[in-house]
Design a protein around this ligand. Structure first.
Ligand code: HEM
Length: 508
């Protein structure tokens, strides 16, 4: 394209933008203001201020901005408005009470181009509701009890791997989290840390997260960039979009082929995909039922693994930084479970301190601090502020879970806060797993995976810092962070118990 043509396109765009701004200004009900925010530049708005997370995590920047501009503030660029909610009150009023108009996904170009029948990225439409119904049926509180055996077995095997190579703790836990969801979904047991399905999925996980983060790419704010040639600044996202799409397809197709082969041979135990295939014809009655099953199964690993693993790793970090909590856990578990066996789900009701520690982990270091952004489908007014249709809504889950009015001394890992002494402390799961119609459908499975892993880890090992490596203050799995630590088995008898428990389970 010649330079003159591009200059013309640019001028047309600027003109269009000015007309749009004038029209949207008029549209604002009664001239009500938008939620306040940092002052931007003419035309490009807050483009230069969009936090990139390099200096500090974005949720921290947003929390600081909320002190300056208010609990609900907004940033805008080229007509795209991001409204950031920093309190439980605001998420309750908007995402919960007005969930019917706040449950779309962000309308960014990257999200739109890089997803195909990808249910977490779908808008709140008929197709989404079908997928959600199918997934909910397999992961509701009653259904997840069927997965207890799998969760216990994978936990015991993980303990055995930790005995053999404790320095590889992170990979052993990743394998456990991966094997739980792959067994639940496809009856695929992970037998090594470099399992093919795990590798295929892992490659896609971080890309998925980036693809739905509205501020990660300028093109989400400047949609006309998608029509510019490859050399034009801001168009470097294209290979990324292709990579994300290829990742989705691999996640969907590779395990599916294996599943179908095993089903044909009758060599499969009932799992999410096989059960649904057997119900074919009764789900939607439409021709694309099999594709719905396949595509919904294909997203479960990427939604489940890093989130569960990140929470387990946060629990490990808490045990290293707060050894007194670890001691208290060990005392509780030893007295309830005794020394001759390892904890199971049957012990759950008698292990309140384990429960407090898991709730506190989800609060103290939420793995998805800004959640997955929602989008509004109608103009709305909130506390005298105008929120235009199509706004991207970001719930700062970290800010809510560190709100002093609900959680005194929020930076401290303090499991006792859950023993009833603070009636204002709302269950951390109400925020860490997102909101209303988009709330995480895997939350019951996730909570139970972390619970059983937490109880067993400290039952078998004492977790200690590695003397030569400092511990991180803030831990973020999405930033590719991990840390070193020691897993010292508590006694030779415990080591023998771990080995005998892991070897007697029938895991296949
Ligand atoms: C500790 C572990 C986990 C955490 C902290 C977590 C957190 C979240 C959050 C914050 C969201 C976005 C909610 C919103 O938009 O308001 C979400 C969505 C989702 N999660 Fe999880 N999750 C976890 C584990 C899992 C597991 C184990 C599964 C699968 C079994 C899963 C499946 C999904 C799916 C499919 C969505 C998309 C829902 C939608 O778009 O409607 N998650 N999760």
């Amino acid at each position: 394209m010649a330079f003159q043509e591009q200059a013309l396109i640019f001028l047309v765009f600027v003109f269009g933008l000015l007309v749009y701004r004038w029209a949207s200004h008029r549209r604002r009900a009664g001239g009500l203001p938008y939620p306040p925010g940092p002052k931007g530049d003419p035309i490009i708005g807050n483009l230069r201020q969009l936090p990139d997370g390099k200096k500090e995590p974005v949720h921290i920047t947003y929390k600081k901005w909320s002190k300056i501009y208010g609990d609900v503030f907004s940033i805008e660029s080229f007509g795209t408005r991001v409204v950031v909610l920093n309190t439980a009150h605001a998420t309750n009023e908007l995402l919960e009470k007005r969930g019917n108009i706040y449950s779309d996904r962000n309308p960014g170009v990257i999200r739109r181009l890089s997803t195909d029948h990808h249910f977490p990225s779908m808008d709140y439409n008929e197709e989404f509701r079908t997928y959600r119904k199918v997934v909910n049926a397999a992961f509701n509180p009653t259904a997840v009890k069927d997965y207890h055996d799998i969760q216990e077995q994978e936990t015991y095997e993980c303990l055995e791997h930790l005995l053999e190579s404790p320095d590889q703790w992170f990979f052993h836990m990743r394998r456990a989290a991966g094997s739980i969801i792959l067994r639940v979904t496809y009856d695929h047991k992970v037998t090594s840390n470099d399992d093919r399905l795990v590798e295929i999925n892992e490659a896609a996980v971080l890309n998925n997260l980036r693809s739905v983060t509205p501020t990660a790419f300028v093109v989400n704010f400047v949609p006309w960039l998608q029509y510019m040639p490859d050399w034009f600044p801001g168009t470097g996202y294209r290979p990324f979009v292709k990579e994300v799409l290829d990742g989705h397809m691999r996640n969907r197709n590779t395990p599916w082929v294996e599943l179908k082969e095993r089903m044909a041979k009758g060599a499969i135990k009932p799992c999410y995909a096989s059960r649904l295939l057997e119900m074919k014809g009764q789900i939607t009655g439409s021709d694309d039922e099999e594709y719905i099953i396949k595509a919904s199964a294909g997203i479960l690993y990427s939604a489940a693994v890093d989130t569960t693993l990140g929470t387990m790793a946060s629990f490990v970090l808490a045990m290293l930084l707060y050894p007194e909590c670890q001691k208290k856990l060990q005392v509780e578990i030893d007295s309830v479970v005794g020394k001759d066996r390892l904890p199971t789900f049957a012990d759950e009701d008698r292990l309140p301190y384990v429960r407090y520690c898991v709730l506190e982990t989800l609060r103290w270091m939420p793995v998805v601090p800004l959640g997955l952004s929602h989008a509004s489908t109608q103009d709305d007014i909130y506390e005298g502020m105008f929120i235009p249709k199509g706004s991207i809504i970001v719930a700062n889950q970290w800010a809510i879970l560190h709100d002093e009015s609900m959680y005194p001394e929020p930076m401290k890992f303090w499991p006792e806060r859950w023993d009833g002494r603070f009636p204002q402390a709302r269950d951390s799961r109400l925020y860490a797993f997102g909101f209303n119609r988009r709330m995480c459908p895997g939350r019951h499975l996730a909570y139970r995976s972390v619970f059983i892993m937490a109880a067993n880890l400290v039952s078998a090992f004492t977790l200690m810092p590695d003397e030569k490596s400092p511990l991180p203050e803030n831990f973020s799995l999405s930033a590719g962070q991990t840390f070193k630590c020691q897993f010292a088995v508590r006694s030779p008898e415990k080591a023998a118990l771990v080995r005998s428990t892991a070897s007697t389970i029938d895991s296949n």
